[in-house]
Design a protein around this ligand. Structure first.
Ligand code: SF4
Ligand SMILES: [Zn+2]
Length: 329
């Protein structure tokens, strides 16, 4: 890693998001920190974020990163600060630095950051400007067996619910991330799991982001994927999940990382781009008719393959076993 990478954010970009139903410009930065404590202990099966972390990053390095981020900031209404871990864990983000962040982005209407639920406490929330923050928690699934056996999340659904209620009592909006297709679930099981999870999480959340698994380097999922025992979800599955029953008023959306590539959610090369565009439109319109035009021959293949997985009772990438010519990236 180059020596000054500790003083430079991992990434900075612009996108759009929604605040209280309004589509707004968003400024996003990923800060390099010492990383998620859970990732060092066991880590989630799909998470390669520790590659963006480094030991020994303290206040001076973080302040240098913030200065660079602020130099690119031009008053976007929403600011998203990611740190490949928990913004509320003082070992990753010292308290003084948190204050620097809120001071630096004082112009923003909303600052969103991520945290594991164990750091969402009365004490940490009491230290925040609650009128402008929003917290994102990666619940992944509302099923404890899936969290334990497939995701290795290191917390329970009950711990998420406690944190979510705590945020509610501080009137801090919650964004919940759900994982579509953890390893060891069939395509159909993963759709069912994600639908139930949307219905559960929407009760607590202002928005629910469906994150179809993308295969990250150095993870257990990457090993499974390389030997043909894992296929990222189909975009057809993602559409099913985006149409889930949910609490009225909760926005459900998805911006699939690596969508349309072998490591990300994909259908076939003929329809990936169009289907991803429909998913992007749905993110803002919340109108299911966006998907009406999304048709392709591969939908029959998706349906057949999910059926074969069910019959064989396997979560392996059946297509890869049937078509050994298929190439990975
Ligand atoms: S997914 Fe989140 S909680 Fe899990 S290891 Fe990665 S950063 Fe930590
Ligand atoms: Zn297709």
């Amino acid at each position: 890693m180059p020596p000054n990478s500790r003083r430079t954010p991992v990434a900075i970009w612009n996108e759009e998001d929604v605040i209280a139903g309004r589509r707004v410009k968003a400024f996003v930065t990923i800060l390099r920190t010492t990383g998620c404590w859970w990732s060092r202990k066991q880590g989630c099966t799909m998470c390669g974020y520790n590659l963006a972390s480094e030991e020994g990053i303290g206040l001076p390095e973080l302040r240098a990163q913030l200065e660079k981020a602020l130099a690119s900031y031009s008053g976007e209404r929403m600011v998203k600060i990611y740190n490949s871990g928990s913004f509320l864990d003082k070992r990753e983000i010292p308290l003084e630095f948190r204050e620097d962040v809120f001071r630096g982005f004082a112009e923003a209407e909303r600052v969103l950051f991520e945290s594991r639920p164990e750091f969402v406490t009365e004490e940490t929330l009491g230290e925040l400007p609650s009128d402008k923050v929003s917290v994102a928690i990666g619940l992944e699934s509302s099923n404890d067996d899936v969290l334990r056996g497939c995701v290795r999340k290191g917390f329970s659904v009950g711990e998420y619910a406690t944190a979510a209620r705590m945020l509610g009592s501080f009137r801090i909006p919650l964004r919940t991330y759900l994982l579509l297709k953890p390893p060891f679930l069939t395509e159909r099981q993963s759709v069912e799991d994600a639908k139930l999870s949307v219905s559960f999480a929407s009760e607590f959340s202002e928005s629910v982001s469906i994150n179809p698994l993308n295969v990250q380097k150095g993870t257990l999922v990457e090993e499974l994927w390389r030997r043909g025992d894992y296929r990222p979800p189909w975009l057809w599955s993602l559409i099913e999940v985006l149409k889930s029953e949910k609490r009225v008023g909760t926005r459900v959306f998805s911006s699939p990382t690596g969508g349309g590539t072998p490591r990300g959610a994909h259908n076939c090369t003929r329809c990936d781009r169009k289907v991803l565009e429909a998913i992007q439109r749905f993110t803002f319109s919340q109108d299911q008719s966006e998907f009406d035009q999304s048709q392709c021959e591969c939908k029959t293949e998706w349906s057949a393959l999910t059926g074969v997985q069910d019959v064989m009772s396997t979560s392996v990438d059946v297509n890869r076993y049937l078509d050994s010519e298929l190439e990975l990236e």
